[in-house]
Ligand binder design. Structure first.
Ligand SMILES: [Zn+2]
Length: 560
């Protein structure tokens, strides 16, 4: 409380120092709760998904104009494989979007078109006035932090970098068009690419863009005036996400939902887990000393027994050095969860990530060499966790699994894994993207050899309902070769590829508003085209609702 008071005072003082009596007034009337109430319903969590419906990134989006378009971070959507975005609003309603109306690589903005049948919502007003950072106007950013939940962070706009300067610090080629970005000084709103920055009236003055740079990352604010200009001069046409241009800036994309964890935490969890599993009686040596009779000895006419200490197999762990209790599984699951969070989390250096992976892999290596008694118990606990996982996704797991076939998916190769003692199959992206698309974590081909056993730590995330198959998407954090637990069934002659969501037969799921007729990229639809009867009749029916509302003229495209 005291800290907050001090901060308020400081802000007030700064404003007074800047000589803005009016600004102080603005600061006073600036309630975060009221702002959240006003702006919150106009923002959404944008989850970029591939054709299997697997999440590839999270960003914040905000409704603009008449609420039919959502402005968000371009880099999140322009990742390879992204075909759709799930928009989740504050009221819990989710909708799917497939197209964009504008993408500006210099501004780092993509403007998504909401579906015709989507719930009506109002948009935020883009402030047309260029912001003068010298005024020190108090603003707030409203974002879905870490792809997790909505947060409001107060801050102040300040002078920002120009596009050329940003190019320099982020190691990017300078764009031809120079843009002057703004700066934002709130550390509260990390992990919210695409969040709107609003003034006290709830009007958008900019959008947050966290850019990876050296010597340190920098979050710039894309000025609303520049965004507005781009919207007004854009061609009114809709394209599918795979047509998005490459983002210019190396934006910090949130790949897994949740706050990034400290790298040291995973190591600590691994150590804690090792300690817990270690046999307390022999302290992990597998042997204890026992007093054994050795021989008789004569001392001054008296006979006395001589004993000596001999090492014997520890009766508690039976020489296996570790003892299993089912309560231990929770700490293993934590390693799976934290490891995944770290390996795919934003802002982690490649070296750190490799080191953490190594630590976990070494621990898993230990689990593959444990004695049989321990192994059986751990194996059974893993199987129980997998059975429970189906209802608790996403969930961290450590388990034995056997590699099955590698199949083609709509965006690359996938490998199926059969957890031991389980009827479900896990599906793993063959090449799992690291936190940036240029840093791909390659799994050696030998790892995916059919029938090979692995010990895996990672997170089971999402069910994939494919016809005749029950699959769960699994994101591995680390793995090691596992003990041989049996031969694999004979290899299927024609492994079935994973069909994309939009080619699946219609299911009674309200999530998919366009059953059956999903976009076949890269098709472009010009929406202002005057209706030509007789033409376009052979096209899939999906586009026809587009026209009626767009008829009132081009400048209205974004509803500004
Ligand atoms: Zn022992």
């Amino acid at each position: 409380m005291r800290i907050r008071l001090t901060r308020v005072l400081l802000v007030g003082l700064c404003l007074a120092a800047l000589g803005g009596g009016g600004a102080v007034c603005a600061a006073e009337g600036f309630g975060l709760a009221a702002l959240r109430e006003k702006v919150g319903p106009c923002t959404c969590l944008v989850t970029a998904q591939n054709a299997l419906g697997l999440p590839l990134g999270y960003a914040t989006g905000f409704l603009i104009g008449k609420g039919r378009f959502v402005a968000t971070d371009l880099a999140t959507l322009a990742q390879p494989g992204v075909v759709r975005a799930v928009l989740r609003f504050d009221d819990g309603v989710e909708e799917v979007a497939w197209e964009f109306g504008l993408a500006d690589p210099v501004l780092g903005v993509a403007v998504i078109r909401r579906e015709e049948n989507a719930l009506e919502r109002s948009g935020l007003h883009l402030s047309p006035q260029p912001v003068n950072p010298e005024e020190g106007r108090p603003v707030a950013a409203v974002g879905w932090q870490w792809g997790d939940r909505m947060q409001v962070g107060r801050g102040q706009l300040r002078d920002g970098l120009s596009a050329r300067e940003l190019a320099e610090v982020s190691g990017t080629a300078a764009p031809i068009r120079d843009v002057k970005f703004l700066g934002f000084n709130s550390p509260v709103l990390e992990g919210t690419a695409g969040a709107p920055v609003v003034d006290g009236a709830g009007d958008v003055v900019g959008m947050l863009l966290p850019v990876k740079a050296s010597p340190q990352d920098v979050t710039v604010v894309v000025p609303a005036a520049a965004l507005r200009e781009a919207l007004l001069s854009a061609k009114p046409e809709l394209k599918c996400f795979p047509d998005l241009p490459e983002p210019l800036w190396p934006v910090q994309v949130q790949q897994v939902a949740g706050k990034p964890i400290h790298p040291g935490l995973v190591g600590r969890s691994v150590r804690a887990c090792k300690t817990r599993l270690r046999c307390p009686r022999c302290n992990g040596s597998g042997q204890v000393s026992e007093k054994r009779f050795s021989h008789w000895e004569r001392v001054g006419g008296m006979r006395r027994a001589v004993y000596k200490m001999v090492p014997v197999t520890c009766p508690t762990c039976q020489g296996e050095t570790a003892v299993w209790k089912d309560a231990h599984y929770a700490s293993l699951a934590t390693i799976g969860e934290q490891g995944t969070q770290l390996v795919y989390g934003p802002g982690v250096e490649a070296q750190t990530r490799a080191a953490v992976r190594g630590q976990v892999a070494e621990f898993l290596g230990g689990l593959s060499k444990v004695g049989e008694r321990f192994r059986r118990q751990f194996d059974a606990a893993g199987a129980a966790a997998v059975a429970k996982a189906e209802d608790e996704l996403p969930v961290g797991l450590v388990l034995y699994a056997q590699v099955r076939e590698t199949v083609d998916g709509p965006d690359g190769r996938y490998t199926l894994l059969a957890p031991h003692w389980s009827s479900v199959l896990f599906v793993v992206r063959h090449e799992t993207f690291g936190p940036t698309s240029d840093e791909i974590v390659h799994v050696p081909d030998a790892t995916w050899r059919y029938g090979k056993w692995l010990v895996l730590a990672g997170r089971a995330e999402k069910k994939l309902a494919l016809p005749g198959r029950e699959l769960i998407y699994f994101r591995p954090a680390a793995w090691a070769s596992g003990p041989h637990l049996g031969d694999a069934p004979s290899r299927p002659p024609n492994p079935q590829p994973l069909p994309p969501l939009y080619s699946l037969p219609t299911r009674a799921k309200k999530e998919t508003p366009r059953p059956g007729t999903e976009p076949k990229p890269p098709k472009t639809v010009t929406v202002t085209k005057p209706p030509e009867p007789g033409k376009e009749t052979t096209k899939p029916p999906e586009k026809k609702p587009e026209k009626k509302s767009e008829g009132d003229g081009e400048p209205d495209f974004f509803g500004l």
